[in-house]
Design a protein around this ligand. Structure first.
Ligand code: HEM
Length: 134
């Protein structure tokens, strides 16, 4: 690969594209649905997690620099505003980040630089959603 081609790679590419994002998101909701420590977070979601599996994978794909279908289908949707009014507390924000951290870990990506940066960003977003200082 030339230097220019390497420089053009997005976080999405570096993570492993749709396959990697789908694997992380599937594991995230599987853990949320099965682990007692995430019960409060699970209870905030609809019974059917299918639409969320689809939506989070689509959002993360575009957010990380991949195909932007989700953004085209959800024009003007702001992720922070979409979470206002959901009653997110510091505890449920922590559960979200812990659940996502476990999912990344279970997918064998705990040492992946881009995955670690992504988790740092999620932590900042989750804190903001819970009204906590960054
Ligand atoms: C702070 C912790 C968080 C909690 C407690 C939380 C909770 C929720 C809940 C309850 C929903 C609605 C689910 C449903 O209708 O079944 C939702 C939607 C969603 N969340 Fe979160 N969330 C959190 C953080 C995040 C973060 C950090 C991201 C992105 C990185 C994210 C991405 C999404 C997406 C893409 C949707 C779907 C929005 C839509 O399609 O309208 N969430 N979240």
């Amino acid at each position: 690969m030339t230097e220019a081609a390497a420089a053009a790679q997005t976080p999405y590419d570096l993570l492993g594209g749709r396959e990697a994002i789908t694997r992380i998101v599937e594991r995230f909701y599987d853990l949320m649905a099965s682990e007692a420590e995430f019960a409060e977070l699970r209870a905030m979601h609809a019974d059917d997690l299918g639409p969320m599996r689809h939506s989070l994978a689509g959002f993360l794909t575009g957010w990380a620099g991949g195909p932007r279908d989700w953004f085209a289908e959800n024009p003007d949707k702001c992720m922070m505003s979409a979470h206002r009014g959901l009653g997110i507390t510091p505890e449920t924000a922590r559960q979200w980040v812990d659940c996502m951290t476990r999912a990344v870990d279970d997918c064998g990506m705990a040492d992946h630089d881009v995955a670690r940066l992504m988790l740092e960003r999620f932590d900042m977003m989750a804190r903001g959603m819970a009204g906590m200082p960054g």
